[in-house]
Design a protein around this ligand. Structure first.
Ligand code: M6R
Length: 606
């Protein structure tokens, strides 16, 4: 949430910052702004409601400045206005940030800042506070340190002092920041996508460390002044991975990348046809000792967990619960050290998921996370990590990350089958052999794009849509409905097919689209009966089944098929069909599905 970039070095700061903001725009796109320290000792500040292109239009070219900070906002405190956009300038301090200052009212009252504000944001209070202490001490480090002692909440700050040329200061708590130094200067950003054009070596800024960033070095100190050496990481993907590569949208590109990223995620973890987590350092006793599993995540990652639960309970016969992180963190969970907690997050920085992870650790549970972003906070705070290898996911609607989260759940299931003696080695090999066919099935689903596009055009102007299925199909439906609503703004709900007649069927009227999944043999006839119930009330039914299953033409208006025989693996092509349906519906409505309204890629506020 909110994108931050800071640069100091030989290049023109305006250009570096605008380029970085374009790369980070998926983190928030209500408004954008930048502040530059110019060569003549002045400060150049521009802020604009709208996307980064709107900011670019009001920034003159060739501004003589080599140091500056930029921000793309997802509004929390204060509406979407130019005044509320970042950076905020107070006295000699210019700052921007990502996060929420929980006690900004108290600070404002205590220090007499009320009435001085030019915006409605909590950010301005931080600028006022740091400026106050800078006035008292004349020392930037001390001004930041004293302010941080008072500020409560999560934050990532980038700060300029107008009388200290060429220098950026930064500090974070929870909200992410990465930094890098190269021949082209020094950089700080919310994530590596903004840095990758300049360097592949970077470090994750540790919490509560003050960074002093100058053209040729980054000095990092703890709050008691101890200098700390950063732990360097390397980006493993190329700059092209964060570009559209000829596709009209990141979302479509990412949907099409799924066969490849699936392979990348499972292949390094297969040894002689069996799952193996030695390269990840995940030990077998973790899987052998647990009596139950608790999955915690948000949004799409949580829906991947729902599929994970279905496959793990089926194969392992141990209880698996799935919790929404924002609920779990304020619960009084019934966990003990015998519960294996699996935390799922693409970004590795979702604040509710992180808080839930911390709570699980307080309960003494071992935590294994499934994360895409290397070195992210959730990855670092977990006891064990299984990284997904999706590469950067830029579209706000998660697609390829979901696919590889599923892949990892299936791998965990297979390893647990083996080490808990829940299946013979040969059965585990068969399970893995089926899993390894998923890229072919995904490819088949991708080949159905044209048929899906026609259906999407038909349902584009519907007010509502329903996704129904039983058992595992219900778990896939949840993700299908989320995808449709978040990018096409159609009200979409997923229902367990048998539950419809307990209320929701009242909403079925002639023409309303119902996307029905019936891929599970043992409940196929039951699901078909439920589909007949909605069809009898005039619904427009798009039915997805396994290939070759006899389906009467009265049951549905459109019949899509997937080439999977084994019920346990139908999620992989189904997920793609549902993603394409959402994508083409948003496309038919002319929406920008990479930047859906009100959303941002990673949710770093509660
Ligand atoms: O980065 P995370 O996986 O923790 O993010 C979780 C959700 O915010 C995310 O999956 C969200 O639901 C997506 N917009 C769904 O497409």
């Amino acid at each position: 949430m909110c994108g931050i970039i800071g640069y100091t070095g030989p290049l023109m700061a305006r250009d570096v910052i605008l380029q970085g903001l374009h790369q980070l725009e998926y983190r928030g796109y209500d408004s954008a702004g930048m502040a530059l320290l110019t060569e003549d000792g002045g400060m150049y500040l521009r802020k604009k409601v709208g996307q980064v292109s709107a900011l670019e239009a009001v920034c003159e070219p060739d501004i003589p400045a080599h140091c500056g900070i930029g921000h793309t906002r997802w509004a929390t405190h204060g509406g979407v206005t130019d005044a509320n956009a970042h950076p905020h300038a107070v006295g000699k301090v210019v700052l921007l940030y990502n996060g929420i200052i929980e006690n900004y009212h108290t600070i404002s009252r205590q220090f007499g800042f009320e009435g001085l504000a030019t915006s409605e944001t909590d950010t301005e209070v931080a600028a006022q506070l740091i400026n106050y202490y800078y006035g008292q001490t004349g020392n930037p480090y001390e001004a930041i340190r004293r302010s941080i002692e008072i500020i409560e909440g999560s934050y990532a700050f980038c700060i300029l002092f107008t009388d200290i040329p060429g220098t950026i200061y930064a500090i974070r708590n929870v909200s992410p920041l990465v930094a890098a130094s190269s021949e082209q200067g020094s950089f700080i950003a919310s994530d590596v996508t903004a840095l990758i054009s300049y360097t592949k070596e970077y470090f994750v800024v540790p919490e509560q460390h003050i960074l002093t960033i100058t053209q040729d070095q980054i000095r990092m100190e703890t709050l008691d002044g101890t200098v700390v050496k950063p732990e360097m990481l390397e980006v493993t993907w190329d700059v092209e991975a964060a570009q559209k590569g000829g596709y009209p949208h990141f979302m479509l590109k990412e949907i099409y990348e799924q066969p490849e990223v699936f392979q990348k995620t499972i292949m390094p973890r297969l040894v002689e046809g069996l799952p193996n987590f030695e390269v990840d350092g995940v030990p077998d006793p973790l899987f052998q000792r647990c009596h139950s599993i608790q999955v915690i995540a948000c949004g799409t990652a949580m829906y991947a967990g729902m599929v994970g639960r279905a496959i793990m309970e089926k194969q392992l016969r141990i209880p698996v619960s799935v919790s929404i992180a924002s609920e779990f963190r304020y619960d009084t969970p019934l966990l003990d050290p015998g519960t294996l907690v699996i935390v799922v997050s693409q970004s590795g920085e979702t604040i509710d998921t992180l808080a839930a992870l911390r709570l699980a650790k307080e309960c003494g549970c071992p935590v294994l996370s499934i994360v895409n972003v290397k070195g992210s906070t959730i990855a670092r705070e977990s006891d064990y990590v299984l990284y997904t290898h999706a590469g950067p996911e830029i579209a706000v609607a998660s697609t390829k990350a979901y696919m590889v989260q599923l892949a990892v759940f299936y791998l965990i299931t297979a390893r647990m089958m083996l080490v808990r003696g829940a299946a013979e080695e040969a059965q585990v090999k068969d399970f893995i052999a089926s899993l390894a066919k998923a890229p072919e099935w995904i490819q088949d689903a991708l080949g159905q794009g044209d048929a899906i596009r026609k259906q999407a055009e038909k349902m584009a102007f519907s007010r509502d849509a329903f996704f129904i299925g039983r058992g595992m199909d219900y778990a896939f439906s949840l993700e299908g409905a989320l995808k449709l609503k978040e990018i096409s703004y159609i009200h979409a709900e997923a229902y367990a097919a048998g539950e419809l007649k307990h209320g929701t069927i009242a909403l079925i009227e002639p023409g309303v689209p119902v996307i029905a999944l019936a891929t599970q043999d043992h409940i196929f006839n039951k699901t078909i009966s439920n589909i007949r119930e909605v069809k009898a009330r005039g619904a427009y039914v798009i039915l997805i089944t396994k290939k070759g299953v006899p389906v009467s033409s009265e049951v549905c208006d459109v019949h899509l098929e997937i080439p999977v025989e084994d019920d346990r693996f139908t999620v992989f092509p189904c997920a793609v069909l549902l993603q394409l349906l959402a994508y083409y519906t948003a496309y038919a409505k002319g929406y920008d599905m990479d930047k859906p309204r009100n959303l941002a890629k990673s949710v770093t506020v509660e």
